[in-house]
Write a protein that binds this ligand. Structure first.
Ligand code: IMP
Ligand code: MG
Length: 187
C-alpha cells in the first residue's frame, strides 16, 4: 500500500485502536445479512435514511453488501454537545418520501439516544409503514429504554471514539479503524 502510515497527519493522534478495519468489515457483512433477513420485501423495497455526516462511511459499506432493493434518502441532524442542553434538530430530511414506506435509519452511534429520538420523531410525522434503525456502535446503558436500535454493530465502553465516519471537530472521519484519541487532544 502506498499509504504512508507515519506521515498521514492522523497516526500520531491515535492512542489505541478499539475495533480494527477487518473486524468492522466482518460485522458489516453480518449486519447486512441480518437486515436482509428482516425485510423479505419485493415491490418498492425499502428506504434507507443515513444520518449525516457520521453514518457516511458505514452506510456506504453497508448498502453495497445489502441484497435488498433500496432507495437512499439523506438526513442531516444538527450536531450538539451533550452538555449544551440544546436538542438535536433535523436540518434536512426526506419528508413525504417516507410516507407508507419501510424505512431503515442508519447512524454511527447510539450514545444518549437524543439524536435517534429526534430522527424517529421527525420521520414518524410522515407515517412510514415501518420504521427501524441500525447503528454501528452503542454505548450500553446510556440511552433510555424507549430509545433502542433494531440492529447494532458493536457495544463499546463509554469512551469517545473516532474513525470510520465518527469525528472529533470534523476530523478523523476518514481514519479506517474505530479508535480512541490521545486524551490531551480533547482539552
Ligand atoms: P446521542 O444523540 O447522544 O445518541 O449521540 C449521537 C451523536 O453524537 C452521534 O451521531 C455522533 O455524531 C455523536 N457522538 C456520540 N458519541 C460519540 C463518540 O464517541 N465519538 C464521536 N461522535 C459521537
Ligand atoms: Mg453524528
Amino acid at each position: 500500500m502506498a499509504l504512508q502510515r507515519h506521515q498521514n497527519g492522523m497516526e500520531a493522534d491515535i492512542a489505541r485502536v478499539l475495533i480494527d478495519r477487518e473486524r468492522i468489515a466482518e460485522r458489516v457483512d453480518e449486519l447486512a445479512r441480518e437486515i436482509a433477513a428482516a425485510y423479505p420485501l419485493a415491490g418498492d423495497g425499502i428506504v434507507i435514511v443515513p444520518v449525516l455526516a457520521g453514518a457516511l462511511i458505514f452506510v456506504s459499506d453497508l448498502i453495497r453488501r445489502l441484497p435488498v432493493k433500496a432507495q437512499i434518502r439523506m438526513l442531516l441532524a444538527s450536531s450538539y454537545t451533550g452538555t449544551s442542553g440544546a436538542e438535536p434538530r433535523i436540518l434536512y430530511g426526506p419528508g413525504e418520501q417516507v410516507r407508507g414506506r419501510h424505512v431503515l435509519i442508519v447512524d454511527d452511534i447510539l450514545d444518549s439516544g437524543r439524536t435517534l429520538q429526534a430522527v424517529v420523531a421527525d420521520l414518524s410525522r410522515h407515517e412510514p409503514a415501518s420504521l427501524r434503525s441500525c447503528v454501528l456502535l452503542r454505548k450500553p446503558g446510556k440511552a433510555p429504554e424507549g430509545v433502542a436500535a433494531d440492529f447494532i454493530g458493536f457495544d463499546i465502553e463509554d469512551v469517545f471514539v473516532v474513525g470510520y465516519g465518527l469525528d472529533f471537530n470534523s476530523y478523523y472521519r476518514n481514519w479506517p479503524d474505530i479508535a480512541v484519541l490521545r486524551p490531551e487532544l480533547y482539552t
